[in-house]
Ligand binder design. Structure first.
Ligand code: HEC
Length: 137
């Protein structure tokens, strides 16, 4: 009996992960065709960047660092939240692709979960504009 139930655990975990991937529309390494097509509906302005910075400090700083350079002090052990100010984008570099990572989370492991239920889409675009504003030129 015991042996049967432990053998079931990996199968259960796998089906959970598969379900999460389907329902959350994971943004996986390699970028996303959907994101490439999206247009940023919020024009970058000082107001938008300021709102984005505030949302970033509230939601993202723990993991990505106050300056967005990655490896924030409270990132879960063993994870390496990337630098968001360099030109390296595992999941695509367009505004839409960055937006989708924020909305849906970073698949396939989801060390970063999506912000769908915690932030308005408008604020997510503000965060995209903020990240753009701190890009190394
Ligand atoms: C719990 C920690 C955590 C929080 C909070 C978090 N992230 Fe992340 N983020 C990560 C990790 C870890 C990765 C890399 C995942 C991987 O590579 O598997 C990541 C990846 C990303 C990426 C993809 C980078 C690339 O190279 O393509 C973006 C963009 C991003 N995060 C933005 C944000 C923003 C904006 C917020 C706040 C709204 C945020 N993250 C909040 C941990 C976090």
């Amino acid at each position: 009996m015991r042996r049967v139930s432990t053998a079931l655990i990996p199968a259960l975990v796998l089906s959970c992960v598969a379900l999460m991937t389907v329902t959350a529309g994971a943004q996986n390494p390699g970028g996303s065709p959907e994101g490439k097509k999206m247009k940023n509906p919020v024009a970058s302005s000082p107001e938008s960047i300021k709102a984005g910075q505030a949302a970033f400090q509230k939601n993202c700083r723990f993991c990505h660092g106050a300056d967005a350079k990655g490896n924030g002090p409270m990132a879960p052990e063993g994870t390496h939240p990337p630098n968001l100010t360099d030109d390296k984008w595992d999941r695509g570099s367009t505004d839409g692709e960055i937006f989708l990572v924020i909305r849906d989370g970073a698949g396939p492991k989801f060390e970063m979960k999506g912000y769908k239920s915690k932030m308005s889409e408008n604020d997510m675009w503000n965060v995209v504009n903020y990240i753009r504003s701190v890009q190394a030129k």
